[in-house]
Design a protein around this ligand. Structure first.
Ligand code: VJV
Ligand code: CA
Ligand code: ZN
Length: 393
């Protein structure tokens, strides 16, 4: 597509390691690394790589991973026998301790390579932002927001976001982390609980006991002790099933706009989990590609350097649509691309409906009931604005 050209005045970079996509969590596991291949094929079919710097990234080293993770955890991750191998009789307690080997976080072949490739792409993106070689750096293979220092959780083993933000903190005073995955970004929130240099904001479905991970209530704003500079720097936006584009956009703009004024971030880290889209296998929202993308567009208009991560997303054709559209927003060609998916796009048959923007009726047949009242959404915005009175920079 010759109409896709480099944006004027700023640089967008795309960071990926094609080896990562070849890993499998298991036949019916919801996480399918292959969705990254589908995303890249759409991005390429639209000619978008011509408008970006494309980096084939290396895996993160053990030392790089150690800037957040504990070495006993990394050692076990690197050496644990895959599920179909004989069990490790010397370490019966380690799988339990590190939450490895259950159905959410299986020990699959090449696990350590997969993890270090995801982290490598995200860290490369962060470094290009630090060096000012890039203004918007895209790492769709990252966004694994549940991983803890010494524990795997919710399909996440290595927290590439925390590693990326630690890079950014070397060169920028304040980082705003925004998470639009349908799940709470608990791992990132916890990692930066005690600093006022990172503000974390997660929008998610919240229904403790029923929906993973069960944290991220409205009043969860960071430990409230006297001497904790990180108090009030965790913002949570707990939502119910069925939220629509219109509601989500107004909530996002009301909250992120205000946070931008008060916190004055020097850089944004945006996790774009696509499981908040309608029709996701695990998600419960009614967002369309347009509404999801509007969050990216809003952040871009703030005119601050930005890293864009992937995250969840369990209906691969919808993940690829959203992330391809969001790539087009980054390079400012969203109004030039044809909504009809190009004839020559590989795997075009996966995109039933053949458009980047299927309607809710096309996606769901019958839309999911919306359990979010305007009154509750206004209370949430009110609460966030009150938190921000404690935040001054
Ligand atoms: O709800 C949970 C934990 C359980 C224990 C494990 N069983 C399978 C499910 C209930 C309490 N885990 C969540 C984890 C969601 C992780 C989301 C990750 C992200 O999008 O935020 C970022 C990448 C959960 N929900 C659904 C499943 N697990 C699930 C796991 C499976 C599965 C079906 C559903 C694992 C294997 C197989 N099917 C074959
Ligand atoms: Ca979230
Ligand atoms: Zn998720």
């Amino acid at each position: 597509e010759s109409n896709i050209v480099r944006p004027k005045g700023y640089t967008v970079s795309y960071h990926a390691n094609p080896e990562m996509e070849k890993h499998h969590f298991g036949q019916t596991h919801p996480m399918k690394p292959w969705r990254l291949t589908l995303t890249k094929s759409l991005v390429s079919a639209y000619g978008m790589p011509f408008a970006m710097d494309n980096y084939n990234t290396r895996a993160a080293t053990y030392e790089e991973l150690k800037s957040f993770h504990a070495s006993d955890y990394l050692d076990y991750l690197a050496t644990a026998p895959p599920e179909d191998q004989p069990r490790d009789i010397d370490n019966p307690d380690k799988e339990v301790k590190f939450n490895l080997g259950g159905s959410d976080c299986p020990l699959f072949h090449g696990l350590y390579d997969y993890c270090s490739m995801s982290a490598g792409s995200s860290m490369d993106a962060a470094r290009k932002i630090c060096n000012k070689q890039s203004d918007i750096a895209i790492a769709w293979s990252g966004g694994l927001h549940h991983a803890k220092r010494s524990e795997a959780s919710g399909f996440c083993y290595i927290n590439d976001i925390v590693l990326g933000i630690l890079q950014l903190l070397r060169c920028y005073p304040r980082v705003l982390y925004i998470d639009i995955d349908v799940h709470h970004g608990d791992g990132v929130e916890e990692a930066f609980f005690s600093t006022d240099r990172v503000m974390t904001v997660s929008f998610h479905k919240y229904q403790p006991e029923v929906f993973f991970p069960g944290t991220g209530g409205l009043d969860d704003n960071g430990p409230k002790s006297e001497h904790n500079p990180g108090a009030h720097h965790a913002i949570n936006v707990p939502l119910n099933d069925g939220i629509t584009d219109e509601q989500y956009e107004s909530l996002f703009q009301g909250i992120i706009g205000k946070i931008n004024e008060h916190f004055r971030p020097s850089v944004i880290a945006l996790q774009c989990g696509a499981d908040s889209l309608a029709g996701d296998r695990l998600g419960r929202f009614n967002l369309q590609v347009q509404g999801h993308g509007a969050c990216v567009a809003f952040c871009k208009r703030l005119g601050i350097p930005m890293i864009i991560f992937g995250g969840g997303g369990y209906t691969p054709r919808n993940v690829a649509r959203a992330w391809a559209y969001e790539t087009s927003i980054a390079i400012d060609c969203q109004d030039k691309i044809d909504p009809i998916i190009p004839q020559h796009a590989p795997w075009r048959e996966h995109f039933i409906h053949e458009t980047l923007f299927p309607t809710l009726e096309q996606i769901l047949g019958e839309p999911r009931a919306n359990r979010n009242t305007q009154k509750r959404l206004q209370e949430i915005v009110q609460h966030v604005h009150e938190q921000l009175r404690f935040v001054a920079h």
